[in-house]
Design a protein around this ligand. Structure first.
Ligand code: HPA
Length: 247
């Protein structure tokens, strides 16, 4: 049986409203996933939840075993993945607390293992990534946000940076010149690995702060990020309750 998975990001290490049925440890050829897979029901629909940074939020973005996470999900029959990712807003229309469903991504990360196709190949593989997110799943997310009356932006380009530090103001200027609307640290290689595994994958980005040099504050504090994510994640929970029955 195929299932929908939710990968939680910063601010979403447990899922409100999820009735937990069981936890499953999955061993993968790529090492350990971020934690046990949590099987449960959301509004009566089966979902699997995996907190990307671990249940205690201890794994930084560049240390996440993205390959193990995606492999674990596909190995148990998951076919759709809703990824929740905290971002900084570059575009002035992306205010803290709001939700965004990006339709494009630019990868600025480095030294992360970013493919399944590197060893023991009989042929070199290049997967198509023209449209990095699953449009059907994006449409469902957009419809769900609209019917829940949530403040959401329906497209945009996600800049995936290496972290764990936040960007300089000049780096954010460059990202903006490149056409990016939001910046986060966990969008890649997760989206590409999901494509390599043939999963339908879409992101709900939650704006935690205005990106460096964009807000009124001189510096970006973790307190500020946490505060905005609390509001944003309440919206995410509403969104998930609304979208899961559509899938
Ligand atoms: N930059 C990168 N990643 C982030 C940010 C940011 O400003 N906010 C939340 N995740």
């Amino acid at each position: 049986m195929t299932e929908t998975a939710i990968i939680g990001g910063t601010g979403l290490t447990s899922l409100e409203g999820l009735e937990i049925v069981r936890r499953e440890v999955v061993n993968t050829p790529y090492g350990e996933p971020s934690g046990t897979l949590i099987h449960g029901e959301l509004k009566g629909h089966r979902v699997v939840f995996l907190p990307r940074h671990g249940s205690g939020h201890t794994i930084p973005p560049h240390k996440i075993n993205y390959r193990a996470n995606i492999w674990a999900l596909q190995s148990i029959g998951v076919d759709k993945v809703i990824a929740i990712n905290a971002v900084g807003g570059i575009d002035s229309g992306l205010k803290p607390g709001c939700l965004v469903f990006p339709d494009q991504i630019i990868d600025y990360t480095w030294s992360r293992t970013n493919t399944y196709f590197e060893e023991g190949l009989t042929n070199v593989v290049h997967v198509d990534f023209t449209h990095p997110y699953c449009e059907e799943l994006r449409r469902h997310l957009i419809r769900a946000a609209q019917s829940a009356g949530l403040d959401a932006v329906t497209s945009g380009t996600y800049a995936a940076t290496q972290g764990p530090r936040l960007e300089t103001a000049a780096e954010v200027d460059r990202l903006e010149r490149d056409g990016c609307h939001m910046v986060g640290m966990t969008g890649m290689p997760e989206a590409a690995l999901a494509r390599e595994q043939g999963l339908c994958y879409a992101t709900c980005a939650v704006v935690a702060n205005m990106a460096a040099g964009r807000g009124d504050e001189e510096i970006i504090s973790m307190e500020m990020i946490k505060q905005h994510l609390e509001t944003g994640m309440q919206r995410v929970c509403r969104l998930l309750e609304e979208v899961v029955p559509l899938l």
